[in-house]
Design a binder for this molecule. Structure first.
Ligand SMILES: Nc1ncnc2c1ncn2[C@@H]1O[C@H](COP(=O)(O)OP(=O)(O)OP(=O)(O)O)[C@@H](O)[C@H]1O
Length: 326
């Protein structure tokens, strides 16, 4: 038996059903004219993704995100280690029927209309025509394309945002249990990104498991239940945003007026700095403001105590001596 199979993923949660599990996945690419140069792209990555969760893999350019995702899809073979998808080794044919994939730079047959393209993809999955008739218009609605446009307009006339929606629809054509999105927001304007986020959230409501690669941290922060950071092939900080960043409803406050004794039931770690009170609010901000009016005090500032994912991410990379992308 491969020794890697004996190692448990770092973040095993026994009560939840793992959809993706990896043990010590590593990848070394052989490059150069004689293929004699070794490029280590992934080192000993062990993690799990659970049913129904949106999992975000984040990392700078060249971190190994696409390599890891392609390994899970069975497109790239690991040099060492093991991965299991829906209980089967990756690459298993019956599992391929249950997964959806939106590649980072998808190529579309651009003389087809969106409708024809989706019919083509449905044909690859051997989806019966009767099912296609129902599913294609449903998917076109889900991704927010107009039915008429989808039937009439060739893909070469689509904007980047519209193509990305078509890409999402093709990734969902087989009603997959797990969907892999590689940089689904890349190159989109703020409205396009918002719309893609909305689609991902509606998939989550349908109970789909979503694996999401991105370096746009604000998107990850808004939609992912759990994240992992990948940098220079090393995976670290696997967990929920709350586990990693702390609770989002904790605030730092600065108050003028009142007394330490009066504020203490509301503010922990209270300190006096230049005649104002500083500390961490333990209750609801609205109730606190009402309370302050009863003791003739004023709230000077209220800020979220938790760092943004971006601040945390940059700090983690700096601690590891990473100051630029590869
Ligand atoms: N087929 C390949 N042959 C050789 N090297 C490769 C191959 N694919 C990727 N690499 C290298 O492996 C490293 C990780 O690449 P990968 O595309 O997985 O990173 P990424 O995190 O997805 O980057 P990006 O955010 O820029 O898409 C890079 O140094 C890249 O040059």
């Amino acid at each position: 038996m491969n020794s890697a199979t004996e190692v448990k993923p770092q973040d095993t949660k026994d009560e939840l059903m793992p959809v993706v599990q990896t043990w010590n996945l590593s990848k070394v690419y052989h490059t150069g004219f004689w293929m004699n140069q070794k490029l280590r792209s992934l080192n000993d990555c062990s993690f799990s993704v659970y049913k129904g969760e949106t999992f975000g893999l984040l990392g700078p350019n060249g971190a190994g995100k696409t390599t890891l995702l392609k390994m899970l899809l069975g497109i790239v073979r690991p040099s060492t280690g093991r991965a299991v998808l829906l209980g089967y080794p990756v690459g298993n044919l019956s599992v391929k029927q249950k997964i959806g994939y939106l590649p980072e730079n998808a190529y579309y047959y651009d003389y087809l209309t969106a409708w024809e393209f989706l019919e083509f993809v449905a044909g690859l999955f051997q989806i019966p025509k009767s099912v296609q008739k129902r599913r294609i218009p449903e998917l076109i609605d889900l991704v927010g394309l107009a039915q008429k446009t989808a039937k009439k307009k060739q893909l070469r006339r689509y904007s980047k945002g519209m193509l990305q929606r078509v890409g999402m629809a093709q990734a969902l054509i087989n009603d997959p249990e797990v969907v892999f999105f590689d940089e689904p927001m890349s190159g989109l304007d703020p409205l396009g990104r918002y719309q893609v986020r909305e689609i991902v959230l509606s998939l989550k409501e349908q109970g789909k498991t979503i694996f999401f690669n991105s370096h746009v941290l604000t998107d990850i922060e808004k939609i992912c239940d759990r994240i992992a950071i990948l940098a220079r092939g090393d995976l670290f900080c696997v967990g929920s945003l709350e586990e990693i960043l702390g609770r989002s409803d904790v605030y730092q406050v600065i108050v003028q007026g009142g007394t330490k004794e009066a504020l203490e039931p509301w503010v922990s770690g209270i300190k006096e700095i230049e005649h104002t009170w500083h500390g961490q609010l333990t209750g609801n901000p609205h109730d606190f403001i009402e309370f302050l009016s009863t003791i003739d005090a004023q709230l000077l500032s209220l800020n979220r105590a938790r760092a943004s994912l971006e601040e945390y991410f940059v700090q983690q990379l700096r601690e590891r001596g990473i100051t630029s992308s590869q």
